[in-house]
Design a protein. Sequence first.
Length: 90
Amino acid sequence: MNDSTRSNVDALAAQCLGYLAEHPDELAEFMVQTGYSPDQLRSAVGSQDLNAGLLDYFAGREAILLAFCANSGVSPETFTRVWQQQNPHD
């Protein structure tokens, strides 16, 4: 992944994490699905693994993805493009 793609992924993941922080029920569900404890999540902030997990989590849940996009000003197409850059198909 090139630096530009990494930067896009990191920026979008930070927005996703911010959305989860504002929606405690969704944050709790993310933590259940990924197995992160609160301390592990805090330690992982900014890591490539967490960033990938955040984008995958949102990409796999249409309702939260659309709510995130509506609240953040990120279009679903932009989100999908960045997610696909993170997960290129051969």
